[in-house]
Ligand binder design. Structure first.
Ligand SMILES: CC(C)(COP(=O)(O)OP(=O)(O)OC[C@H]1O[C@@H](n2cnc3c(N)ncnc32)[C@H](O)[C@@H]1OP(=O)(O)O)[C@@H](O)C(=O)NCCC(=O)NCCS
Length: 312
């Protein structure tokens, strides 16, 4: 392979190629290391949702690595926010792996974050030493650990009794965005009104967002979810306490009857995790929040990270 690599933004004409690259790199990596390539399906088609959503949300922010003939060998998406720069997905074509492409794409994102004076944040698989090593070599520091829980919601809903706290839940609306962002900034030190507005506009992808607000009190939790058939996942979300997290999760799962999906729960949220087990959830992977500044030290609440748009 020629070592002449160009690092350029993405164009709309690249979406199919990026979907193929994401699918190929994930299937290859998880199959060759863990015999779990099947987790990503047979077709790259669902992966077109990632460039479609990311370019609608943050146009021009993706870094691609291209060979001299213009073919895409790597992608690194990022999302600049008032408090931080979120990074993900990062992927390199298996044929070009191990040559520093991911590191060089990430370096561009980190240069931008540094120039802005903001930390970079991401979620990193603890089963993937290549990505963990890539990030820690670049100065990322691990924070809270999350377990990826796979659950199949029966067509007629979870058989377990509904938890307390459902009466405080409702669908989020555009006028709630600032209060949700304030709640997250107070508890987690990050702010991302833009993501919440994107979910509620609901023009690209398919999103819902639940809010917990006990009568006469401020917001004490929110939980977004991607309901698109190409990518069903719960998160991002945050609850002030485990009881609120359980209520939000139960309602989100009830909205996704008949689907199998993954969500991330903090390992330290034992009551939430035990409840998810009781509902039939099984561990499929572990992730760790990583950032170029320490995270999780002063943070409060129960976080539900997600992979689209990646959050930690
Ligand atoms: C993870 C992935 C993006 C890495 O891409 P890559 O282009 O092969 O990575 P690079 O060659 O740029 O960098 C790997 C770095 O990690 C280092 N590294 C790898 N394994 C290591 C180990 N066990 N210990 C320490 N360092 C290690 C390498 O030395 C290299 O750093 P250097 O260039 O400073 O020497 C690629 O394997 C991939 O696409 N995987 C599938 C998709 C995926 O899982 N993405 C991450 C989650 S979204």
């Amino acid at each position: 392979m020629s070592e002449t690599i160009d690092f350029t933004p993405l164009s709309a004409a690249d979406h199919q190629a990026v979907a193929r690259l994401l699918h190929h790199s994930l299937v290859d990596w998880y199959e060759s290391r863990l015999r779990q390539g099947h987790r990503f399906g047979d077709s790259p088609e669902p992966f077109t949702l990632f460039p479609a959503v990311y370019e609608a949300l943050d146009p021009g922010e993706c870094v691609t690595a291209r060979s001299a003939d213009g073919s895409i060998l790597g992608v690194c998406f990022s999302h600049e926010r008032p408090t931080h720069v979120a990074v993900g997905i990062v992927a390199t074509s298996p044929q070009a792996a191990g040559r520093g492409l991911a590191r060089r794409m990430m370096a561009r994102v980190l240069e931008k974050a540094k120039a802005l004076g903001k930390p970079a944040r991401l979620v990193s698989s603890l089963l993937n030493l290549d990505s963990f090593s890539l990030y820690t070599r670049l100065g990322f520091v691990p924070g809270p650990i999350y377990q990826d829980l796979l659950i199949s919601v029966p067509e007629n809903g979870l058989s377990a009794a509904a938890p307390a706290g459902l009466e405080a839940l409702r669908e989020a609306q555009a006028q709630d965005i600032a209060a949700i962002a304030d709640f997250e900034q107070t508890h987690q030190g990050i702010r991302r009104d833009k993501d919440f507005a994107f979910f509620l506009r609901n023009e690209v992808g398919s999103w819902r967002m639940l809010l917990s607000q006990p009568q006469g009190q401020p917001i004490n939790g929110f939980l977004a979810m991607s309901t698109h058939p190409s990518f069903t996942m719960i998160g991002p979300g945050l609850a002030a306490d485990e009881a609120t997290a359980i209520a939000l999760l139960w309602q989100a799962l009830d909205n996704l009857r008949g689907r199998s999906l993954v969500f991330l729960a903090p390992c330290k949220a034992s009551r939430l995790v035990q409840t998810a087990y009781a509902w039939g959830a099984r561990n499929v992977e572990l992730h760790v929040a990583q950032a170029t500044a320490p995270i999780g030290i002063d943070s409060k609440g129960i976080v539900f990270p997600t992979f689209m748009p990646e959050s930690a």
